[in-house]
Structure formats: structure tokens, C-alpha cells
Ligand binder design. Sequence first.
Ligand code: FES
Length: 63
Amino acid sequence: MLVCICKGVSDRRITEEIRRGACTVRQIQECCQAGTDCKSCVRQIRQMLTTHSHAHQPATDSP
Ligand code: FES
């Protein structure tokens, strides 16, 4: 599914960038240009960052 229509960037691509370490909208924009044109997809990118970034966080309460 395309998230950024202007730049033709799919949700898969954005998820991949998040997995590689992108943790801000700016970083996503720099990596794949998504959200750099009309910006209507920025909200969705931000939402994806919130959803996916939690998986990266190391468990802090483990012994
Ligand atoms: S849809 Fe992403 S910048 Fe326009």
C-alpha cells in the first residue's frame, strides 16, 4: 500500500526504514523522500513511527 503518493513510497518501505533505525519523520524523509512534497502523508508516517518504534525499545525491567 502506498503511504506517500507524491513520492511513491509504500508502507513496507517506511517500515523497513524504521527497522533500520529511522525514528523521526525527518529521518524517514531523508531516507526515502516520503513526506517531502505535499506532506499529507506525514501524519501517517508519524503514526507508523509510533506503532513500530515500540518494538525496538529494549526491555528496561529485565534483570
Ligand atoms: S503524499 Fe507524501 S508528500 Fe504528498
